[in-house]
Write a protein that binds this ligand. Structure first.
Ligand code: GAR
Length: 203
């Protein structure tokens, strides 16, 4: 049985597209059953609709608190029978309750080699810091921002000629490989967590 996945988005959805493309392979162990956006009208919603995946827009602005917004998302995910949640460019902090409720079953993609460069503007900060390697990380979500056991990382060189945009593009290419790989690991139940470490069992 394929695992049912819910994807949370806020924008253009290129990582969502990478997941949709991976799930189109009949042998992939997961299927995307719901896409939720907190921002109306974003391109990610169109990508989901084009793939025949149900979508829901839940504008966070309509809720009195982060907890109330998260609880609405939680209800929708559970009503759809979702087993794994993927954050794909979802630009909202999560409440502790929501993160705990999906612990071990929710993953995020971050555009840096964690634990370096948590937070925003990761490519600009990597160039400013003078690092020679940069990249992306898919990790299990915990209540702390951009924290949690790491499942997959991919590195790219930082070139002398790079600006924020060229570096971002090089990292994004790797994000689109890393995210389906990580989702496969989780969907195949190959991840065991020991403290901060995710141990991956062989297929
Ligand atoms: C991606 O680069 C993702 O890693 C990043 O936002 C972009 C979304 O692009 N996520 C974060 O910064 C999370 N804090 P996409 O909508 O095309 O997938």
């Amino acid at each position: 049985m394929k695992k049912k996945v819910g994807v949370l988005v806020s924008g253009r959805g290129s990582n969502l597209q990478a997941l949709l493309d991976a799930c189109a392979d009949p042998s992939f162990p997961a299927e995307i059953a719901l896409v939720i956006s907190n921002v109306p009208g974003v391109y990610a919603l169109e990508r989901a609709a084009n793939a025949g995946v149900p979508t829901l827009t839940i504008p966070h602005k309509g809720f009195p608190s982060r907890e109330a917004f998260d609880s609405e998302m939680d209800k929708a995910l559970r009503a759809a029978g979702i087993e794994i949640v993927c954050l794909a460019g979802f630009m909202r902090l999560l409440s502790t309750g929501f993160a705990e409720g999906w612990r071990g079953r929710m993953i995020n993609i971050h555009p840096a080699l964690l634990p370096s460069f948590k937070g925003l503007h990761t490519h600009r900060r990597a160039i400013e810091a003078g690092v020679k390697l940069h990249g992306c990380t898919v990790h299990l979500v915990t209540p702390e921002l951009d924290d949690g056991p790491i499942l997959v990382q991919k590195a790219v060189p930082v070139l002398a000629s790079d600006d924020e945009d060229t570096l971002a593009a090089r990292v994004l290419e790797q994000e689109h490989k890393a995210y389906p790989e990580a989702l496969r690991l989780l969907a195949e139940d190959r991840v065991a967590v020991e403290g901060n470490r995710a141990l991956i069992r062989d297929a």
